[in-house]
Design a binder for this molecule. Structure first.
Ligand code: GLA
Length: 337
């Protein structure tokens, strides 16, 4: 029997920066996806899921296009099996402690990373992250960065991760003892509409064709762009990169009010400049930000619905109708035989 656990992730700050080689500050969660099973000689990949009725049952080795395969969740598994050339056979079960559906907590990255580890064994985690990203791109058409997969694979308990998405260097950042990370749903299922996400990325690439890498760009440079949409998008990225290191400084100095302000600035920027929030998400952000014990709150992940994250005094309770949890920074994916 072999088993793998891969956590979800929540990003504290550094949103829509990873695909331009920018800075991010996510943490792996202590909830995630577990796959347990056994290699066999049946020549089939058979997996059932506690969250979905229809099992995956396909012949190995998997050739050709997996994007039409049913059930949809099985595409990540089949693609991982294809990547590592799984041929003998495997039967197992998938359990998830992440909330189901549209939360934006990277359950699909957790699934792709778990499957790669399980079928192919442990390897260089940066390379695994890149393969998991390409699996997800093939399955969804969303041309994402590497933040989610790197967080899922490299999480450190008690720490967020400062990831430089240019060099792919990862530095664990301890969370202050006297703060709690709350993750809560906006009330709007996340729809990481391929077109919107990919369109934002394409705009960043168009900006870079004009002024060079956004990672090195200044506010003056992006403000001087002719296209007003490019000015807004570029301004978000330049300021968001700066907010990552500002947040780390706020953690280091224990200035949690400042950490809260950085979250609020980040949300405003996602909403007004990057335009990946929605009226429902904005209303939820404002409601929670005004609650006692909350230092600040913002949309987390790709946007267009999904989850928000808040920094709060320990013991703070959210009076909302939607799902919420106290998120503890957990360990990255682990494989055990
Ligand atoms: C999604 C993507 C990530 C990242 C975020 C936005 O979660 O998968 O790569 O771009 O959106 O920060």
């Amino acid at each position: 029997m072999t088993s793998v656990f891969a956590p979800g992730r929540v990003n504290l700050i550094g949103e829509h920066t990873d695909y331009t080689g920018g800075l991010v500050l996510p943490m792996a969660l202590d909830s995630g996806i577990t796959i347990t099973g056994q290699h066999n000689d049946t020549g089939r990949l058979v997996l059932s899921s506690s969250q979905f009725d229809e099992p995956l049952d396909v012949a190995l080795p998997i050739g050709g296009d997996v994007t039409t395969l049913q059930p949809v969740w099985g595409r990540y598994l089949a693609s991982a099996a294809q990547q590592v050339g799984l041929a003998r056979g495997f039967e197992g079960e998938i359990e998830s402690t992440l909330p189901a559906g549209g939360t934006g907590l990277s359950s699909s990255s957790a699934l792709a990373c778990a499957a790669l580890l399980l079928f192919g064994g442990d390897a260089d985690r940066t390379e695994l992250a890149k393969t998991a990203r390409s699996i997800e791109f093939a399955a969804t058409g969303v041309n994402s960065g590497l933040m989610d997969q790197l967080s899922v694979l490299n999480g450190v308990a008690g720490h967020a991760l400062r990831i430089d998405c240019g060099s792919l260097d990862i530095a664990p950042v301890p969370l202050p003892d006297d703060v709690e990370v709350l993750v809560f749903h906006s009330g709007q299922p996340r729809m990481l509409a391929d077109s919107e996400y990919n369109e934002r990325r394409a705009t960043c690439e168009a900006i870079e064709a004009l002024i060079g890498p956004l990672r090195e760009a200044t506010l003056d440079q992006v403000s001087a762009l002719d296209d007003p949409t490019m000015v807004k998008r570029g301004r978000h990225v330049v300021r968001e990169n700066a907010r990552v290191d500002a947040m780390i400084e706020a953690f280091t100095s224990g200035d949690l009010s400042l950490a809260g302000e950085i979250l609020e600035d980040g949300h405003r920027s996602l909403s007004e400049d990057y335009e990946v929030s929605t009226p429902i998400v904005d209303a939820q952000q404002q409601r929670v930000a005004a609650m006692p014990g909350i230092y600040g709150a913002r949309l987390t992940g790709g946007g267009f619905g999904g989850s928000l994250v808040a920094l709060a005094e320990p013991g703070t309770t959210l009076e909302i109708d939607e799902w919420w949890m106290r998120a503890r920074p957990g360990q990255g994916a682990t494989l055990s035989d």
